[in-house]
Design a protein around this ligand. Structure first.
Ligand code: ADP
Ligand code: MG
Length: 673
């Protein structure tokens, strides 16, 4: 369209003959009349806005205006005459021309505002770059394009629009090639394919239109020819979409049931891959199959972990009476051999199979009609047993085929869910191992911490009989004992809480409180190693939505590492503050030490499980920390320099931020082990 626009002016400036210039401009104008609508359309697509509702209506109106203006142009009501300027002709328009000028300005302004709006909002660097070049192109091209208004209204100013559009195309083209903003191969192949197809279709049609006109009327009307071509273009553009839609609708009308089945199947397979909870999966599967086929009842049996039997894991409706089937029951062995869904009529024959009676007995007691094995990697995971259909219809071959496909998808999903469950269990085991290892490190310090006051108390009891009347001795010692005993109690409480197997639960917690509780546990260790442990809290810090046990585990691991990295007389500092990162509010816990620091190679590996540089290290601490923090929607940053020390910054979204993310699903809500 831009090409048509340029050609329109090109012929006006360069063709000296009035009549020829007038008719050529008349012809090329048709293409340019659609430019404003197309620009708006393009900007909607480029900014990723769905073209629906009000936007769709606006676009339709836009294209309709363009189409009406094309008719106006065909009726010769668009341009009054051509005025001659020093550089060539220029059109003197009618009121429709003014309308078109407004149409251009409004559409271009809307498109530019959309881009500008998104440019200021988007956080995607690629999109920003795309918008930047577009806007730059528009900023150069639009003012030059506006110069066209001057000669149109009699001012003899050379219109610079061609230059503007060339500059715009050059800037956008540069951006595409330089920054690979579009897949250039696709652009090229699509472009060539479109041009090729257009030449193949339009060439002969043009020849036929001209030939037929001169044969039938003796003259060739350029307007008629242009309109025919335009209609052809519109048909070419609209046809594929319309054809697809028509096909879909026809299929829906003629094969309604089949269509619905297919849609339900597609929806099920789409949702099923995301379900990692086995029970939920079983429920979903039973509900889908039951409603899809309109069944009286359905039952789903899955192999028990000890593999001795198949357990009824989900059922709906009536029928099934057995809640388990032994793995060595003839029925189980028979199902394992079935390649797909099997009907009652396909049960083994009692005359040829000695187990047939047992199989039939189980089947008929439960009033099953169809049995579908669930097989993954050639292993029978379980089976689905289907009762009669509600309308007493028979199962068709199509039904069995669909059931087979459903079973294949479900088997994969069920196996995934089982694997996921196992993964979670091993994850729990690793976390517990991490805790125990941290406890092991703490033990020596804690023992020391408890022994010291106990020795003082023992001394008191030894001295007491001799100084029983010494008032001062008694008061000072009693208060000292009280505070020491309280400290030991606190320490033991923390120790027990930390050691107990965690039952994760999200709570709104004050990070400052959790730091103090962690320090209770860790101070003895710092003291034994002669490390000074200090904290600062910057301002009032908002709460976070975390599992407090896990938060303490994270801080404990990182502080323990810091203490271990620090030599005698060293210092570890814990600072708590609030910060913003990518427009989100976080609580930031900085744990810095002046220890031996880490090389960049070590830093690259610290979060890998089992990576350790210590002779007695497990290498689990930081990998667990990373996992816990990520599950809570946060992240950890590390800076370190060999010889100078390290700083671990833990970022956790504030409770308010975490709730917002859970509502808008910006990031998955925290999943806990
Ligand atoms: P472990 O403590 O059992 O070695 P971690 O996962 O806790 O396992 O830590 C992994 C490694 O990261 C440590 O072996 C150590 O090399 C390094 N590291 C962690 N924190 C620090 C720190 N504050 N200063 C120096 N090195 C550290
Ligand atoms: Mg560690």
């Amino acid at each position: 369209m831009l090409v048509f626009w340029n050609l329109n002016f090109f012929v006006l400036y360069s063709v000296p003959d009035y009549q020829l210039a007038s008719s050529l401009a008349h012809f090329f104008r048709v293409g340019s009349l659609f430019l404003p609508a197309a620009i708006l359309h393009l900007s909607l697509v480029l900014t990723g806005r769905p073209v629906r509702g009000l936007r769709l209506v606006t676009l339709w109106i836009d294209y309709l205006v363009a189409f009406l203006l094309t008719l106006v142009n065909a009726l010769d009501l668009f341009v009054l005459e051509l005025r001659h300027f020093a550089w060539g002709y220029y059109s003197v328009g009618t009121a429709f021309y003014d309308l078109f000028s407004i149409f251009v300005v409004v559409n271009f302004a809307c498109a530019a505002s959309l881009m500008l709006f998104d440019y200021t909002r988007t956080t995607d660097p690629r999109m920003r770059l795309q918008f930047k070049f577009w806007l730059l192109g528009v900023a150069v091209g639009l003012p030059l394009g506006v110069t066209h208004l001057l000669p149109a209204y009699g001012v003899p100013f050379y219109p610079l629009g061609n230059l503007g559009s060339a500059a715009w195309a050059a800037i956008v083209g540069y951006a595409i090639v330089r920054h690979r903003l579009m897949d250039i191969d696709i652009v090229l192949t699509r472009g060539i394919a479109y041009v090729g197809a257009a030449v193949v279709v339009i060439g002969p049609t043009l020849a036929a239109t001209i030939g037929l006109q001169s044969w039938a009327f003796g003259v060739v009307h350029s307007d008629f020819t242009a309109t025919m071509l335009l209609l052809l273009l519109v048909v070419c553009v609209l046809f594929p979409g319309l054809q697809q839609q028509a096909e879909r609708r026809l299929q829906k009308a003629l094969f309604r049931r089949k269509y619905e089945e297919r849609a339900a199947f597609a929806a099920f397979t789409k949702s099923v891959v995301r379900i990692l909870d086995r029970d939920k999966l079983v429920r979903e599967l039973c509900m889908t199959v039951r409603s899809l086929f309109g069944l009286e009842g359905i039952a789903l049996f899955l192999k028990d972990p000890d593999k001795t039997h198949f357990q009824l894991t989900g059922s709906l409706g009536t029928g099934t009476v057995h809640s388990r089937v032994d793995a060595d029951h003839p029925f189980s062995l028979w199902v394992a051999q079935q390649p797909g869904p099997t009907m009652h009529s396909e049960l083994p024959d009692p005359r040829t199979d000695i187990h047939a009676a047992d199989i039939r007995d189980l089947w008929e007691t439960n009033r099953w009609e169809v049995c579908v094995p669930l097989v993954s990697r050639r292993l029978l995971l379980g089976f689905i047993a289907l009762g009669r259909k509600l309308g007493l219809d028979a199962y068709s071959a199509g039904d069995l085929q669909l059931l087979g496909a459903l079973a294949d998808e479900s088997s994969i999903a069920l196996e995934n869910a089982t694997l996921y469950e196992q993964l979670r269990k091993s994850h729990d085991v690793i976390q517990r191992a991490g805790r125990l290892s941290a406890l092991g490190t703490l033990a020596a310090g804690i023992a020391h911490e408890i022994r010291n006051p106990l020795v003082s108390i023992q001394t008191f009891f030894q001295l007491a009989p001799h100084r029983i009347h010494d008032e001062e001795f008694l008061t000072s010692f009693l208060s000292l004992t009280e505070s020491e005993v309280k400290r030991i109690c606190d320490l033991i409480t923390e120790l027990l809480t930390f050691a107990k197997s965690p039952t994760p639960s999200l709570r709104e917690v004050d990070v400052g409180d959790e730091i103090s509780r962690t320090l209770t546990l860790i101070l003895p260790q710092a003291r034994t190693r002669h490390v000074e442990l200090t904290t600062t809290v910057n301002g009032s810090i908002p709460t976070v939505l975390v599992d407090p046990d896990q938060l303490r585990q994270v801080m404990l691991n990182v502080i323990l590492n810091a203490i271990e990295a620090t030599a005698n007389e060293g210092a570890v500092h814990v600072a708590l503050s609030e910060t913003t990162h990518q427009d989100k509010r976080y609580c930031q816990i900085d744990i810095s030490d002046d220890g031996h620091g880490m090389s960049t190679e070590t830093v690259d590996n610290i979060f890998n499980p089992f990576f350790t540089t210590k002779t007695k290290g497990t290498g689990l601490g930081l990998s667990i920390c990373h996992q816990i923090v990520t599950e809570h929607g946060g992240f950890i940053e590390v800076s370190s320099k060999v010889g100078d020390g390290s700083c671990f910054s833990i970022y956790l979204p504030t409770a308010h931020e975490a709730r917002r993310a859970a509502i808008t699903h910006e990031s998955p809500p925290p999943a806990l082990a």
